[in-house]
Design a protein. Structure first.
Length: 332
């Protein structure tokens, strides 16, 4: 499978084993859209005025239909009313999943999420199994802590991927410079090479702690100095990676990191800054697989927000978050 095909299907919170998914269906299978799912969409949609402050050009939730999958059907909520005056319609499922993702329907990107009652119980199963999921909210939440606000934030995460692919697909795909080997696919080099190298693991852990320190630093001169130090530290580690591994890291940080930033922003608007910092900043640590880059990318976005307000206006995915930070350190 090519890198492009593999990257499109599993944005956001990643799935685990087929057995656990089957258990989730058996435990949580319900048919018909419950009221709380409509409320989740309405809550997410109501965040738009606050989300506009992020300044990503033309990023509107209403542009991307949200498909709630209940194990049998998709319940599609759109930003505009149907001919019958409703915003909701029932359709055959286009992508049977119990994780957040995006898919193309009739030439346009749409969000796919499981219904809240299934996803929250699915995460309970993960907690019972002692399993951390890669990326998104899952790694930072205790059992039974995933509710309407978290699901609304997940919708914003996936909607941002739909926005990326609608407006910047060529640039997003260009972050990885060549097709990846079929036997590894997207992310394979991370797990087979980076995560198996103790010096890389140690280096990434130090970088994550350094990013958290930068985030917490308020004095402008010191903050700029620390950013420059971070970029040198990261560059030294990455010089020992293959081109493919570097491409995968920059892809996940730039594409998933910005989506995690959007997700965290939506969560913070609903729950407050302290809750955001608890579940996103404090939980920003090393994990196997691609999830660690969601957090490092998210932290870089947060730092850019602090030092370059409005940076989102020029974010077209033709350069990496490191490029933007380096531009800042080179400025007067």
């Amino acid at each position: 499978m090519s890198r492009k095909k593999n990257s499109i299907l599993f944005y956001g919170i990643y799935g685990l084993s087929g057995i656990l998914l089957l258990i989730s269906v058996l435990v949580t299978g319900t048919y018909g859209l419950r009221k709380e799912n409509v409320e989740v969409y309405e809550e997410a949609d109501a965040l738009q005025p606050e989300m506009d402050k992020m300044q990503f050009p033309g990023f509107k939730l209403e542009d991307y239909p949200v498909r709630f999958y209940d194990g049998d059907s998709d319940y599609v909520i759109t930003g505009t009313k149907q001919p019958d005056g409703t915003k909701l319609k029932k359709e055959s499922p286009v992508f049977q999943t119990y994780v957040g993702t995006i898919t193309k329907v009739d030439g346009s990107w749409q969000v796919v999420v499981p219904v809240l009652e299934q996803f929250s119980q699915f995460m309970d199963l993960m907690a019972d199994a002692g399993t951390l999921m890669e990326g998104g909210l899952a790694a930072g939440y205790e059992k039974e802590a995933y509710g309407e606000e978290e699901h609304a934030a997940t919708i914003w995460h996936e909607a941002f991927h739909a926005y990326q692919m609608t407006n910047y697909e060529e640039a997003v795909d260009g972050l990885v410079k060549e097709e990846l080997p079929e036997e590894t696919g997207m992310g394979g080099i991370i797990t087979s090479k980076v995560d198996q190298d103790s010096s890389q693991v140690s280096g990434i852990k130090k970088e994550l702690e350094h990013l958290k320190k930068i985030y917490a630093t308020e004095e402008p001169v010191e903050k700029k100095k620390q950013i420059a130090q971070y970029l040198e530290l990261e560059s030294s580690r990455k010089s020992r990676l293959s081109d493919t591994a570097r491409w995968e890291e920059q892809y996940y940080e730039t594409v998933e990191g910005t989506a995690c930033f959007v997700e965290g922003y939506a969560y913070g608007v609903q729950k407050g800054t302290k809750a955001f910092e608890k579940h996103y900043i404090q939980n920003c640590g090393y994990s196997r697989g691609s999830g660690k880059y969601y957090y490092s990318g998210m932290l870089k976005c947060c730092i850019l927000d602090q030092v370059c307000p409005g940076w989102e206006k020029s974010c077209d995915f033709t350069c990496t978050l490191d490029d933007l930070l380096e531009q800042y350190t080179n400025s007067r």
